[in-house]
Design a binder for this molecule. Structure first.
Ligand code: DGL
Length: 271
């Protein structure tokens, strides 16, 4: 029996969410995955809450047009602002990176002193802080690190500039201020080595890509939606510059994207 072989939809503002697709593919190799990167409108992290919600709705509508059985919001900026609206409007499970990342941070944190880094939209929403405090953390420190996004896109993840930038942004987390740090942006796992070197061994980094994959598996299992013997097919869509997405995407994905990448116009998915 093959279970439910409808694909899982995953979206991000750009190609950073491919780190999430990679983690989902590792954990659930039989599942067919459809990825949408809204490369025409990236970054979401500097836009207003209303605009990000509107974009997230269009992204989800596009994925639902591909008959997905679940939607993964692989963009922290969208997850920080749009989860309630998405869940209210669509009747498939909607899984977001933030809830999953918080759960994992609480599990790995020895002293309950949690740090969060993300975009302006994510940190400004206060969503991480609220959820972390609700879970009974001792302290939460958050910091927007907007320059990490272009550094990751450019592949400047472990040179001197990345190191200097990390040293400035990560100062609030030094000297025992936190015991775990959530990488609250889908681009940041690419800088994991540099961030880890700056924070030191006493700080456990939480990669929400892996956490969301685990949360997705639990949700699919509970809803009897797992595909047990599928082919693990991939389809990638972007809203601009597929050539660039192809070149940079393999870095995020950790493997070649192949020729399954197509350009899409989201105009028809606007309300
Ligand atoms: N992928 C986005 C996030 O996780 C970062 C890029 C953006 O600002 O859109 O927040």
């Amino acid at each position: 029996m093959s279970g439910d072989n409808r694909p899982i939809g995953i979206f991000d503002s750009g190609i950073g969410g491919l780190t999430v697709l990679h983690a989902v593919g590792e954990l659930l190799p039989a599942e067919n995955l459809v990825y949408l990167g809204d490369t025409a409108r990236v970054p979401y992290g500097t836009k207003s809450r209303e605009t990000v919600i509107r974009y997230a709705m269009e992204d989800a509508r596009f994925l639902l047009s591909k008959n997905v059985k679940a939607v993964v919001v692989a963009c922290n900026s969208a997850a920080a602002t749009s989860m309630e609206t998405l869940r209210a409007k669509f009747d498939v499970p909607v899984i977001g990176v933030i809830e999953a990342g918080v759960e994992q941070a609480m599990n790995v944190s020895a002293q309950g002193k949690i740090g969060v880094i993300g975009t302006y939209a994510t940190i400004g929403s206060g969503r991480y802080e609220t959820l972390i405090r609700e879970r009974g953390a001792v302290s939460v420190i958050s910091q927007a690190c907007p320059l990490f996004v272009p550094l990751a896109e450019e592949g400047w993840t472990d040179n001197g500039i990345a190191m200097d930038t990390a040293q400035i942004y990560l100062r609030p987390f030094m000297d025992g201020a936190v015991d775990s740090l959530i990488l609250g942006c889908t681009h940041y796992p690419l800088l994991e080595k540099t961030i880890g070197a700056v924070c030191g061994e006493s700080v456990t980094l939480v990669n929400s890509a892996k956490a969301v994959a685990m949360r997705l598996k639990e949700t699919l299992t509970a809803g009897n939606l797992l595909c047990v013997s599928g082919e693990g097919k991939r389809a990638y869509y972007v809203t601009d510059s597929p050539e660039r997405a192809h070149a940079v995407g393999s870095r995020f994905l950790g493997e070649e994207m192949g020729d399954n990448l197509q350009l899409v116009d989201l105009m028809e998915f606007a309300e």
